[in-house]
Design a protein around this ligand. Structure first.
Ligand code: BDR
Ligand code: CA
Length: 313
């Protein structure tokens, strides 16, 4: 089967970095057309630099990296440096990337790539705030029929948020963008905290990544050791949740995941619950489902896939 054409829209970010590596390691299944960056975990000048760092680590400077929106649509950027470090990629001593950004804006790259593609052929993988993707939809609604699926990391359908009691970071960062995406009518698959909080970097799983050996394993071990400390403190968990790689793992091995189709709305007004993803789990509103909400994962299978793919790089 031909590799599936995808665009990863990201804000690296330590877990974004692992998601990128997973995609770079899987060219047989995934045709990574480009990486688009957005402000999120850290400001845009750092997310685009970090995407280029990870691209260089994987020896994949052939994949273009575009810079996109430097801030959410209506709200100021509240970065997550306490989780990902000041650089957004703390935990390893990186060389400066030598290959530059691609010319042009990320939103235009998404629009142009989709318009040039066959109907329902492009899969968008947003793993940061949804600003770039929403703006592409607003700028050129003609891209909608070209999109096969938007598989995104964000939200929390049945459990509390991680940045406020109600909201998950990516959706809270730009709830207005999230609303545009959720109301787009495109096939949507949501990887929220319901599933990602089951994908924990336990000591055994970390050891398996460390045991791969070599520069990629060293870099990932360094990043995840830095990343884990936050979640171990906050959740008393044995490790941190690898949120963003869930999206890429699903494209590679969908049978690792399970979920339910339901209607998901985003709160954009309330001071207390802004950014909450309100999932109609039991169909009480009678509204048609607009999203598949993933809430189950074979976590051991997920980590086995990560280890197997990192070995290939
Ligand atoms: C999401 O927020 C970011 O900090 C992570 O990279 C992930 O995309 C988890 O809430
Ligand atoms: Ca992210």
């Amino acid at each position: 089967m031909a590799a599936r054409p995808i665009i990863i829209d990201c804000d690296p970010g330590l877990d974004d970095a692992v998601a990128l590596l997973l995609a770079f390691a899987s060219p047989e299944e995934l045709d990574l057309l480009g990486i688009t960056c957005v402000a999120g975990n850290v400001p845009l000048d750092r997310t685009e630099r970090n995407a280029r760092i990870i691209r260089a680590l994987a020896w994949r400077d052939d994949v273009p990296v575009y810079a996109g929106c430097p801030r959410p649509m209506l709200r100021p950027l509240h970065a997550a440096e306490r989780v990902h470090g000041k650089s957004g990629l703390d935990g390893y001593d990186w060389d400066e990337p030598s290959a530059p950004l691609a010319d042009g804006h990320a939103v235009d790259f998404i629009v142009d790539t989709c318009l040039a593609a066959d109907d329902r052929s492009i899969t968008l993988c947003p793993i940061g705030p949804l600003t770039n993707v929403a703006l592409a939809i607003v700028k050129e609604p003609g891209i909608l029929p070209k999109i096969a699926e938007i598989a995104f990391m964000g939200g929390a359908a049945t459990i509390p948020g991680n940045v406020t009691p109600a909201a998950e970071f990516n959706i809270h960062a730009d709830p207005h963008a999230a609303r545009i995406v959720l109301e787009s009518g495109v096939k949507l698959t949501m990887f929220g905290l319901d599933v990602t909080h089951q994908a924990i970097t336990t000591p055994d799983r970390m050891a398996a990544i460390r045991d791969i050996g070599g520069p990629i394993s060293e870099a990932v071990t360094g990043m995840l050791t830095f990343y884990d400390r936050h979640d171990i403190e906050r959740y008393g968990a044995p490790g941190g949740p690898l949120h963003d790689p869930c999206v890429i793992a699903y494209l590679l091995q969908p049978d690792l995941f399970g979920g339910k189709d339901c209607h998901v709305a985003v709160e954009t007004e309330s001071e207390t619950t802004i950014g909450q993803t309100v999932a109609d789990w039991w169909g009480v509103t009678g509204k048609d489902a607009n999203c598949r909400v993933i809430n189950r994962i074979d976590a051991d299978g997920f980590y086995a896939l990560i280890v197997e793919r990192l070995k290939r790089l």
